[in-house]
Design a protein around this ligand. Structure first.
Ligand code: 13P
Length: 257
């Protein structure tokens, strides 16, 4: 973390978990635990159907609400889809774009990721842009090139003045939901390389101000070490964000003055 130049953001990604009643129970439980974190922004990205309730329920605990995806058009004949504009009107602040599960199961490509980043910014949302390599790609030794390519493709056409709304999340695919975390060194190395890419694209001032998160089996035990790395400005947390105590513990680690 480096709070002098950029925001620390801890974001939960609930994925396809929690019904409305479970969302209510989570809100009730975390309310007293979390307090009002001063040094980091806390976000919960929840399933679409839980968004209106979540915005209401978490207002008091100062947790911002995010969505897990959006469409790249503002409206139209796209059965089953939800636009960034629709999310904005509900009070959503962040939206995860290009999560590896969407790339893997729903044909999300670097091209659609880029279109969605533009749509999110246009609607006034903060995109959390996910990038990450598979185990095969890591073993081939192409991680840095691949991540640089993913970042460049996602940000194509995004002007420098919009970059303060963009968050990048480095999520190595082999660490997601596997209990296998990247070591702090591995995560720090890639997050640093992402900042170098952004520096080349937008200059030092923009690069310094961009929040870069790590995601992939981040939990109450390993969060502090990961967050201690200067280029890791927060976490995108799956499994551990479903449990109020674990999520609170990670937020506390990020909220150290
Ligand atoms: P886990 O924390 O469950 O590994 O998930 C990470 C993730 O995919 C967050 O977007």
């Amino acid at each position: 973390m480096n709070r002098r130049y950029r925001k620390t953001i801890i974001a939960g990604n609930w994925k396809m978990n929690k019904t409305l009643s479970e969302t209510r129970a989570f809100a009730e439980e975390i309310k007293d635990m979390l307090g009002r974190p001063k040094w980091c922004e806390v976000v919960l990205c929840v399933p679409y159907v839980n968004i209106p309730a979540a915005v209401r329920l978490f207002k008091e605990s100062r947790i911002a609400i995010g969505a897990e995806n959006c469409h790249y058009e503002s409206h139209g004949a796209y059965t089953g889809e939800v636009s960034a504009e629709m999310l904005k009107e509900l009070g959503v602040k962040y939206v995860i774009i290009g999560h590896s599960e969407r790339r893997q199961y729903y044909n999300e490509t670097d091209f659609t990721v880029n279109k969605k980043v533009h749509a999110a910014l246009e609607a006034g949302l903060h995109p959390i842009v996910c990038v990450g390599e598979s185990l095969e790609q890591r073993e081939l030794g192409v991680t840095m090139e691949l991540i640089a390519y993913q970042v460049k493709a996602a940000l194509a056409g995004v002007p420098a003045d919009k970059m303060r709304h963009v968050v990048i999340a480095y999520e190595p695919i082999w660490a997601i939901g596997t209990g296998k975390t990247a070591t702090a060194e591995q995560a720090a190395e890639v997050c640093e390389s992402i900042r170098v890419v952004i520096r080349k694209l937008y200059g030092a001032r923009v690069a310094r101000a961009v929040t870069i998160q790590y995601g992939g089996s981040m939990n109450a035990k390993n969060a502090a070490e990961l967050l201690a790395q200067p280029d890791i400005d927060g976490g995108l947390i799956g499994g551990a964000s479903l449990k109020p105590a674990d999520f609170t513990s990670i937020v506390n680690d990020a909220n150290q003055e």
